[in-house]
Design a protein around this ligand. Structure first.
Ligand code: 5GP
Length: 116
């Protein structure tokens, strides 16, 4: 895949690939992670593919704030409201999809040594 190819998340957003969608707004989509690492493991994903990671998303603080607010709403809806918000940033840090996304983790983690 080239850097210009649509990311797997863009293909989910465009309904080219299936996903368990738990929320959608004008700017964001939230899906269940296909390989959950906690009782609740959601991904909150900006629809735009313009930002590769959270450091780039910081250029759009309004959108970053929307990600945080939707994560909090979903943690209330699907768990007890307490959650970890993880942005893997860089391949060495575990990032595998270079379309910014937040992991929302709540409840018991499957592997306490790993964040996502
Ligand atoms: P990263 O490793 O980039 O921080 O996170 C990418 C996440 O996307 C991983 O937790 C992985 O399980 C999840 N993922 C990768 N492909 C798919 C997919 O096709 N559908 C869903 N729902 N999650 C995916």
């Amino acid at each position: 895949m080239t850097a210009e190819s649509p990311s797997i998340f863009s293909r989910i957003i465009d309904r080219e690939l299936p996903a368990d969608i738990v929320a959608e707004t004008d700017d964001l989509i939230a899906i269940r992670d296909i390989n959950p690492q906690a009782e609740l493991h959601l991904l909150v994903i900006p629809k735009t593919g313009a930002y590769r990671d959270v450091t780039e998303l910081a250029d759009d603080p309004e959108l970053l704030a929307k990600v945080v607010r939707l994560a909090a709403d979903l943690a209330k809806q699907y768990a007890d409201g307490q959650f970890r918000l993880v942005f893997n940033t860089g391949a060495e840090a575990g990032q595998s999809v270079f379309h910014v996304h937040a992991h929302v983790l709540a409840g018991a983690t499957l592997d306490e040594g790993r964040l996502a």
